[in-house]
Write a protein that binds this ligand. Structure first.
Ligand code: NAP
Length: 508
């Protein structure tokens, strides 16, 4: 069995100490061992700060962008092999594997292009020069300079490729070295990618370190110039955010947590329309893509009361066509969950949901004798405001159908019971309904996605996170923000107001 290594202090360090086993979730066979015992994390942070940071800061945006292009090319060159690793170690179908790996390549390529556009600068200006004195002689402006610490990235298991690279792309382009920590169950793919990055791309020493396994006491050694970007469950996010050393030093923390994303059908949408077809397709894709282990997956489906039964029947019929099985098989549309603990949690969640609503399809029973499989599961709520469905994220192919009156404000009020989400999608051809709804849910969401017949043909799926648009959300979604083109760099930079003689400011 392979022992996965960490890449720290300029060398590969094999797994040591108490080892965790990475398992193929389809066949339940062990694939590798993970452990980070013996790593001196204080030294790892110092190495990043002292070696990687200065080297990256000496590069222009265009040069840093070239490094990102190099990483994208290295991943692309081995894309087929990486897809196979994802299928085996993550239980992803080929399509799901591409979603993750191509997402990584696309995001790196986007930020490589942004680097080229930002050109020969090493820092950014933020806004215009402002006159502060009686005349422009005494003025002020804002600069954004790279922070002089290490960007520690703690990633969830569900996107080992994209999750690691969307964070690394922004940090490296901003000029900060990274310490990546992938989620353990799918660490095999992250480790393979890390190997490619180290072997194929000439990154400055200390710019890219990866810990496969536990982060040890890293958080105890972080300082005011370091940043922590976390993706995972709300519970872990809250624990890390409240870490006494991070609080003491006011370490900047970004949390991307869970989200009860909603899809809302407006009353004006005819069942024969393009928008209705898009609604059905998107909901089924979102429930089953990556076996529902997607932070942006639809968890709540709001439908006008009088359409509830017909929508339920259409969804049940569509979900019945999803072939659940070995993801290596071409006919399979949905693979297993990524780990045994995921399976246990999803089954328990389905059982809790079944107590507050009616199971329309699926359930918690085993689907195959071996592997961490669960059936696509739809629960119908008796009451749209039933608290159980606005409280808990079941991180699998599980969603609940909720009735509402058809009123945009009422729909938004029900959606907002989720306490803050990453994305909310709405399907309507009525401009007034759409815009009222969008503005009512906007304070509680990072992204609002609107479908109509006019844009149906061109629209990208709501579950797709794009580097051009911000990703994150308030409240239970973690309160964080990532990506969004140049906005994604701000977390890794210090914005400083510089006030002084206009002539000096012009030099900046
Ligand atoms: P998790 O259990 O919270 O773990 C997330 C990461 O935190 C993993 O790398 C984990 O490492 C690490 N971790 C756990 N305890 C830690 C500690 N005490 N100190 C330092 N690191 C620690 O979440 P998950 O099961 O991997 O991911 C599923 C969750 O992520 C879902 O709730 C999903 O909604 C959310 N998610 C959110 C987004 C988003 O963008 N908002 C994206 C993807 C997923 P180990 O794996 O080694 O335990």
């Amino acid at each position: 069995m392979e022992r996965l290594e960490s890449y720290v202090l300029g060398r590969w360090q094999p797994a040591a100490g108490e080892l965790a086993t990475v398992v193929d979730p389809t066949h339940e066979t062990p694939l590798g061992q993970v452990g980070s015992h013996g790593i001196d994390f204080q030294a790892v942070l110092a190495y990043g700060r002292e070696k990687g940071g200065p080297a990256l800061r000496a590069l222009t945006f265009a040069e840093r962008g070239k490094l990102l292009a190099g990483i994208a090319a290295a991943i692309h060159e081995k894309r087929d092999e990486l897809i196979d690793v994802s299928i085996q170690s993550g239980g992803t179908t080929r399509g799901d594997a591409k979603f993750d790996i191509d997402g990584a390549i696309g995001t790196l390529t986007y930020y490589a292009g942004l680097g080229e556009k930002l050109g020969s600068r090493t820092y950014l200006l933020d806004g215009d020069v402002v006159q502060l004195g009686r005349t422009p002689r005494f003025s002020g402006l804002h600069v954004r300079v790279p922070r002089r610490g290490v960007a520690v990235h703690v990633n969830a298991f569900n996107f080992p490729a994209w999750g690691m690279m969307e964070k690394a792309a922004c940090a490296l382009l901003a000029g900060m070295p990274v310490l990546e920590k992938p989620g353990t169950p799918t660490a095999l793919l992250a480790w393979r990618i890390a190997r490619l990055v180290i072997e194929k791309v000439k990154l400055p020493d200390g710019a890219f370190q990866v810990v496969i396994g536990s982060l040890g006491d890293t958080l105890d050694h972080m300082g005011p110039q370091d940043v922590l970007a976390f993706t995972g469950s709300s519970a872990t996010g809250a624990k890390l955010r409240g870490h006494p050393n991070l609080v003491r030093h006011n370490v900047r923390v970004n949390v991307e947590a869970d989200s009860l994303n909603a899809a809302v059908l407006a009353p004006d949408v005819d069942t024969g329309s393009e928008t209705f077809g898009l609604f059905l397709n998107n909901v089924v894709t979102d429930m089953t893509q990556k076996t529902g282990q997607k932070c942006t997956a639809v968890r709540r489906i709001l439908v006008p009361s009088d359409a509830l039964n017909s929508v339920r029947d259409e969804l049940v019929a569509a979900l019945a066509r999803i072939v659940v099985g070995d993801p290596a098989d071409k006919l399979t549309r949905m693979g297993p969950l990524a780990s045994k603990s995921q399976l246990d949690e999803v089954r328990a969640g389905i059982e809790r949901f079944a107590q507050s609503g009616t199971l329309a399809c699926g359930g918690s029973k085993p689907v195959h004798a071996k592997g961490y499989f669960v059936a696509p599961t739809l629960v119908v709520a008796r009451d749209g405001r039933e608290p159980a469905f606005h409280r808990e994220e079941v991180f699998g192919p599980v969603a609940v159908l909720l009735p509402y009156s058809g009123d945009a404000r009422e729909a938004a009020a029900i959606v907002n019971l989720g306490g803050g989400g990453l994305v909310c999608s709405a399907y309507s051809n009525d401009a007034a309904w759409s815009t009222t709804f969008a503005l009512e849910v906007a304070p509680w969401h990072g992204r609002v996605w609107l479908a109509s017949d006019k844009s149906a043909e061109q629209s990208l799926a709501p579950g797709m996170v794009l580097p051009q648009m911000v990703h994150g959300g308030p409240g239970r979604a973690g309160g964080g923000e990532e990506l969004g083109a140049e906005r994604g760099l701000a977390f890794y930079q210090q914005r400083t107001a510089i006030q002084g003689f206009q002539g000096h400011l012009q030099t900046l």
